[in-house]
Design a protein around this ligand. Structure first.
Ligand SMILES: NC(=O)c1ccc[n+]([C@@H]2O[C@H](COP(=O)([O-])OP(=O)(O)OC[C@H]3O[C@@H](n4cnc5c(N)ncnc54)[C@H](OP(=O)(O)O)[C@@H]3O)[C@@H](O)[C@H]2O)c1
Length: 309
């Protein structure tokens, strides 16, 4: 007898991650994507109505207020989307018995730790965006046992706006660039986050079909980034080197990317100096092997170069 096909609702389908989730989740069931025009996450009644009508098995929330600097002067909106709306979404998920998959950030930490942060480390956000995302995490944990929250860092992809694409654009227009060299983190591709999310949701479905999901499935909070580490400066140099190797005509060579301290590039929002997250818990719990950050940077820059030609 064929198993019934599950329904997966992706909120924020037009963002970097939402776009990749709409691809990666397809083999798991019927995937329904919504964006701001079809469902404003901040409209709790509309979200609740959508969830009640669709009765999805899984809700994947890729929507968020992600304008880190703007959030400093737009605190209410950042909290509305990243905390209040997320709490309401968790309540809607609970009503229909859906698993809620959600994404958070290394910016819940102040970056003062010398090594990679684990899921058990104390949080201490240094900006409004980080604080609002932390409030969202806490709301989900309080409202809904059946949740997965993935904290990630420095997201990039071929679709949407991100640091890698900005560097290629700037390197095409200028002969030299100054880039921060004293913030450490891990560029993580939206495709990797989406693929790992799909693997884990597949494990959830397998447990549910075996009748064990609600009892033993390891719901909760996990770090999800690529392996290795770098700085914004070394990341920019790598992107530009790969761009040139892939045939892009760039004015700035990698050696013309100059390292600067954070203090030389003031921004409205403070950023942690250490954004590294240990992914040991995710790898050992779900049997997943995360690739080095350079793997997807190389393939994404190649793709972007091909799309330009
Ligand atoms: N980007 C990063 O470097 C990074 C780092 C760590 C964690 N994260 C987390 O990873 C997740 C995915 O981020 P991303 O990089 O894919 O972000 P993104 O590209 O900025 O996409 C966010 C999406 O959310 C949508 N959105 C915002 N407010 C909404 C609302 N009220 N109703 C419906 N949709 C709304 C946006 O739509 P509009 O375009 O219409 O605004 C956009 O499509 C987020 O939870 C983010 O906090 C990101």
């Amino acid at each position: 007898m064929a198993l019934e096909s599950p329904t997966l609702l992706v909120i924020g389908q037009k963002g970097q991650l939402g776009f990749e989730l709409m691809r990666a989740l397809q083999p798991l069931g019927q995937v329904v994507g919504v964006d701001r025009s079809t469902c404003d996450l901040a409209d709790a009644a509309a979200v609740d109505n959508l969830v009640a009508t669709l009765r999805p098995d899984v809700i994947v929330n890729a929507a968020a207020y992600t304008a880190v600097d703007k959030a400093e002067s737009d605190q209410d909106k950042a909290y509305l989307v990243n905390a209040n709306a997320v709490k309401a979404l968790a309540q809607s998920a609970a009503k229909v018995g859906a698993l809620l998959v959600h994404y958070s950030t290394d910016y819940v930490f102040d970056g003062s730790k010398a090594s990679a942060y684990t899921e058990d480390d104390a949080t201490s956000p240094v900006n409004v965006y980080g604080a609002s995302k932390l409030a969202g995490e806490q709301a989900i944990a309080a409202e809904l046992r059946e949740h997965l929250i993935f904290r990630t860092t420095w997201v990039f992809g071929a679709h949407g706006g991100n640091f890698a694409k900005t560097m290629l654009k700037l390197a095409g227009a200028r002969e030299s660039l100054n880039v921060i060299a004293d913030q450490h983190g891990v560029p993580t591709s939206a495709a990797l986050i989406a693929d790992v999310s799909a693997h884990i949701v597949a494990q959830y479905f397998a447990a549910r079909n075996a009748g064990t999901a609600s009892g033993t499935f390891p719901f909760g909070l996990y770090n999800l980034t690529a392996k290795g580490e770098t700085t914004w400066h070394a990341y920019a140099s790598k992107v530009i080197a790969e761009g040139i190797a892939a045939g892009l005509e760039l004015k700035a060579a990698p050696e013309r990317v100059h390292p600067i301290p954070t203090s030389d590039y003031p921004t409205p929002a403070k950023r942690p100096h250490n954004s590294r997250l240990s992914c040991d818990k995710l790898e050992s719990t779900f049997g997943i092997r995360l690739p080095d950050w350079t793997v997807h940077v190389e393939s994404t820059v190649k793709l972007l170069a091909e799309l330009k030609q």
